[in-house]
Design a binder for this molecule. Structure first.
Ligand code: PLP
Length: 252
């Protein structure tokens, strides 16, 4: 997994590590950026030296099998370039890319250059990208979910899981758009409220499913159930959004 450090422990690499561990996999965390952040918002961020990330990825791949990759906040466009080079050399590793752009509090986690580089270079390597409603509108250039998702497919994405957590209604509907089939709808109970780090947790859980050998569809279903349970036990960490409790062991 490649994502940023959120020192509140709600989102980013900590969310990834906890979710992947709870789902029975071993996470190998590569840190893309450091943020100044609490449960309310992001106030500052700085990217890791891309050369260190390159060395970390090469070092890990030379030593261990990597069964899936999950990306979150990436810091800057140069980090995307390093990542794309690595993915091109390892085309068989499924990539689940969470296209993180903004924190829930509105703070920026990606500048224009990073957003453009993800669209132009990264997404085509991803088996699934997992935008929330705001990210989908921004990336797909359309307020309509279906049109925005198709714009991304046309731009080279293999599949787009449009997450519905920010919407309304009794159930959350996450929709998987792909090239060769009709959209697949995944329904899950809506608890209500907003939780810090939900998107990270969902994408990391999908990657854990893929790393365990589940299909993309089964990985999404398992991830949704895991996130629902973590939200049910959410922790009041600070004055902002509660944090999903990812520490509860997952029994399959
Ligand atoms: N990655 C980092 C480092 C973050 O700080 C955040 C949000 O604050 C995210 C990812 C995205 O969080 P969420 O899972 O709430 O979309």
């Amino acid at each position: 997994m490649i994502s940023g450090l959120d020192p509140s422990g709600g989102a980013g690499i900590q969310a990834d590590i906890q979710a992947v561990t709870a789902l029975g996999c071993h996470p190998m965390p590569v840190l893309s950026c450091l943020t100044v952040q609490d449960t309310r918002n992001v106030y500052n961020a700085t990217a890791t030296d891309p050369e260190i990330i390159r060395q970390q990825l090469e070092c890990l791949a030379a030593d261990s099998p990597i069964h899936a990759i999950k990306t979150g906040a990436l810091g800057n466009a140069a980090v995307v370039d390093v990542l794309v080079e690595f993915l091109a050399a390892h085309p068989d590793i499924p990539l689940i890319a969470d296209p993180v752009i903004k924190a829930a509090g509105g703070g920026d986690l990606a500048d224009e250059a990073l957003i453009a580089r993800m669209k132009e270079r990264l997404f085509r390597h991803a088996e699934i990208i997992t935008p929330n409603g705001i990210e989908l509108t921004l990336l797909g250039g359309d307020e309509d979910e279906t049109r925005a998702a198709h714009n991304l497919l046309e731009a080279g994405c293999q599949s787009v899981l449009a997450t519905g957590g920010h919407g309304e209604g009794e159930e959350i509907i996450n929709t998987l758009y792909s090239h060769d089939q009709e959209p697949l709808y995944f329904y899950i109970e809506r608890i209500g409220g907003e939780y810090h780090g939900t998107g990270c947790t969902l994408a990391a859980s999908i990657a854990a499913g893929r790393a365990s050998g589940l299909s993309a569809r089964a990985s999404i279903a398992q991830a949704q159930n895991y996130v629902l349970r973590a939200i049910r036990h959410a922790l009041k960490v600070g004055n902002g959004q509660p944090v999903p409790d990812r520490g509860i062991p997952w029994e399959t």
